[in-house]
Design a protein around this ligand. Structure first.
Ligand SMILES: C=CC1=C(C)c2cc3[nH]c(cc4nc(cc5[nH]c(cc1n2)c(C)c5CCC(=O)O)C(CCC(=O)O)=C4C)c(C)c3C=C
Ligand SMILES: [Fe+2]
Ligand SMILES: [Fe+2]
Length: 342
């Protein structure tokens, strides 16, 4: 029988906080056609001609504020998930990053070296997006065809609507919610609106009410729907009234129209509208990273306080919580078992 293994894939971080390492990372990341979806010439003009002149120095400073002795939080947490999962399953578990190191190719190579030929690859993103799930699968398929034509890869699908995940997220939030809060803000990583239209094979999403309607055919590929779906399912489990909940989108880059409302603008204004005590959670990320630890916990807190808010409470990601590792195990095992059916 073929030997099986698991590859956990996350986004990736720079090798270090030095400006050249951050530049190299941003170059690989932003030159991905699934992230900045312009034609090569215009993408290169924007990324290599403009963004890489100024952004690496700014991002390097931000990375320095979250970096730990062990390295980037995103990588360190992914390694912790790997170690905990390895204790629960009897097949090898490795990690790979979509950008920088350890690469998806390195992760697959480590599994192959242990005799694995049937791989369950888990993109660690709850919601589908062209710039996350889709680019991971495309890259893994490219690597498989070029370097490992004899192996099989079975992909764990976005799990935004899986009850085990929603239960886990809701419980994690419930434990960390402060006693008194005026609002709970769900801040998801944003994407340009164009990305949603581009990946909608049904052409039925208009980024309006349809994203919250039941059974619209575009939901499988609509990041906006999947964010609302997570929010609604979680608040139902928590028994929170809708009036106390906000959904916003963070981390926009460039001049395109990104999904609204924007997290930073919301944080600047809600204090004056009476939200003095705020809890905020970021369910587009399963592990804490630059975008949660710096953009939300530090910058977001300043924005909120600047706009008249008083108590800002950041709720960490699932990271290596035991109940989340159980969810990862279940989702991987479902896909491992599918190999027996083929
Ligand atoms: C056009 C640009 C970007 C799109 C589209 C995008 C989508 C997207 N990203 C994540 C998750 C993460 N992004 C992270 C950092 C980050 N993202 C962008 C740009 C886009 N992301 C940039 C330029 C950066 C780098 C940092 C910076 O300069 O601000 C991270 C953190 C990485 C880390 O090392 O900690 C994550 C995670 C999702 C989920 C997503 C679409 C849904
Ligand atoms: Fe991003
Ligand atoms: Fe939609």
């Amino acid at each position: 029988m073929n030997m099986k293994g698991i590859l956990l894939v996350n986004l990736g971080s720079p090798r270090s906080t030095s400006v050249p390492d951050v530049r190299e990372y941003l170059d690989e990341f932003l030159m991905d056609e699934k992230v900045i979806d312009y034609r090569w010439f215009f993408r290169a003009l924007l990324v290599q001609g403009i963004i890489l002149n100024t952004r690496p120095a700014k991002s390097a400073e931000a990375y320095k504020t979250v970096w730990t002795d062990e390295g980037s939080p995103l990588i360190v947490i992914t390694q912790k998930i790997q170690k905990k999962l390895q204790k629960l399953v009897d097949v090898p578990v490795e990690i790979g990053m979509r950008y920088a190191q350890p690469s998806i190719e390195e992760g697959i190579q480590k599994l192959v070296n242990q005799g694995v030929s049937d791989i369950v690859l888990f993109p660690l993103y709850p919601q589908y997006a062209m710039s996350t799930t889709e680019t991971v699968i495309e890259k893994a398929e490219e690597v498989r065809k070029k370097k490992f034509p004899g192996i099989k890869i079975n992909y764990v699908q976005p799990f935004y609507n899986r009850e085990i995940y929603i239960d886990c997220l809701a419980e994690s939030i419930r434990e960390k919610l402060p006693e008194n809060f005026d609002a709970l803000q769900f801040s998801y990583h944003g994407v340009p609106e164009r990305h949603i239209f581009k990946t909608d094979p049904t052409n039925t999403c208009n980024l309006n009410d349809c994203c919250t309607r039941e059974n619209n055919p575009s939901h499988q590929f609509c990041y906006r729907h999947q964010c609302f779906n997570v929010t609604n399912s979680v608040i139902k489990k928590l028994g929170l009234p809708k009036e106390k909940v906000m959904v916003t989108f963070q981390s926009r880059l460039g001049k395109d129209k990104w999904m609204e409302p924007y997290t930073d603008e919301t944080l600047e204004t809600i204090g004056k509208k009476g939200v003095k005590n705020l809890a905020i959670v970021c369910p587009a990320f399963v592990s804490d990273c630059l975008e949660t630890l710096e953009e939300i916990s530090v910058e977001g807190k300043h924005q909120f306080e600047h706009g008249g808010g008083e108590n800002f409470h950041y709720i960490p990601c699932l990271n290596d919580e035991d109940r989340w590792i159980e969810v990862v195990k279940t989702l991987c095992e479902e896909k491992l078992n599918e190999f027996y059916l083929v």
